[in-house]
Design a protein around this ligand. Sequence first.
Ligand code: NCD
Ligand code: ZN
Length: 348
Amino acid sequence: MTQLTITRPDDWHLHLRDGDSLGSVVGFTAARFGRAVVMPNLKPPVTTAAAARAYHARIVAALPAGCTFQPLMTLYLTDNTAPDEVDRAIADGLVVGVKYYPAGATTNSDSGVTSIERAFPVLERMQERGLVLQLHGEATDPAVDVFDRERAFIGSTLELILKRFPALKVVLEHVTTREGVDFVRAQGPNVAGTITPQHLLLNRNAMFQGGIRPHLYCLPVLKREHDRVALVEAATSGSPKFFLGTDSAPHARHTKENACGCAGVFSAHAGIELYAEAFEQAGALARLEGFASHFGADFYGLPRNRGAITLRREPWTPPASYAFGAHEIVPFRAGESIAWRLTTAGCA
Ligand code: NCD
Ligand code: ZN
C-alpha cells in the first residue's frame, strides 16, 4: 500500500504548553488531528473548569487560520480538588476528563495527589457523572526501580481504584509494559489505554545507542523489547481498548541537553505518520484507522470525526530543530527518515 486515507484522527494525550511555546507547536497537531486531549500540567496546573476554559481560549487563539481543531480539556487532580468541580466541569462542557498525576511522578507534577484515598470523593462523583479518569500510571516510591513503576502502580493504586469504583471510566495513559497491556485487556470496557509512537517504535536500548540520547527520554521511560512487542500487538489488535495518545511533550533543547534533562519526546510534527510506520512494520495498516480515529472517540462518548486525512508512503526528513517560543525543540527523528508523509493540506 502506498497511500492511506483514514477518518481524521484524534490525539487523546497531548502537551501543548502555553504562551509563545503553545503558538510554536499547536499547528502541528491541528494539521493532523481533529481533536486532542490537552494535558493540564502547566505552571500553575489547570485545576478548575474556569482555568480550563481560559486555557482552551488561549489554545484556540493560537491556532493557525482556518483550523477547525478542537481542544478537549482535562483538569489536574490535586489533594484539594472538590467533587463539585466535577459538576462545574461537566456543566461547562469543555472538559472530558480529570488527570491524576501521583505527586512527583513527572514534569510539573508537584501538585499531584499524595495519596489516592484523598481523591476518593472526587472519583466517586466522576463515576456517578461518567467523567473519565486519566492516569499517569507510575508509582512514585523512590525504592521502586524506574523500569518497574508502571507495574507497581497497577498493583497498588490502580487495582484499588477499580475495586472501589468498578464503573469509573479509566484510561491508563501511555501504557509502556506488557503487564500494563494485559491489565487493560483483562478489565471491562470502562478501562482503556493510550499508546505513544515512541513506545511502539523503540525499546530502551535506543536511549543509549552510541551514547546517551536525551531526546528519547520520556516518562514513563522506554521499556524492554518484549514490552514493545506487547504494545504493538495491543495497538494493532483491533481491540477498542487501545487508542492513540502521542504524549508529545515539547521541552526546549537546552533543558533536555542538560546535566539533568527534562522528560518528554516531541512528536507532534509527525503525530500520525509515526503510527503509520509502526502499523506498517506490523503488517497492520488496515487497523490504523480504528486505533487512531474511532476507538478513542467511542470510549469518550464523542462523535467520530467527519473529515479524512491522507498519508503517502514517501520518506521525508524532519529538520534538526523547530522554533519553540524564543528557543528550539528537537523533534523525534530529527535529521532521520520517516516513512510516511501527510499529504492532506494543513488547516483549510
Ligand atoms: C510530560 C511533560 O513533559 O509534560 N513528559 C513526558 O515525559 N511524558 C509529562 C508526562 O506526561 O509524564
Ligand atoms: Zn503526558
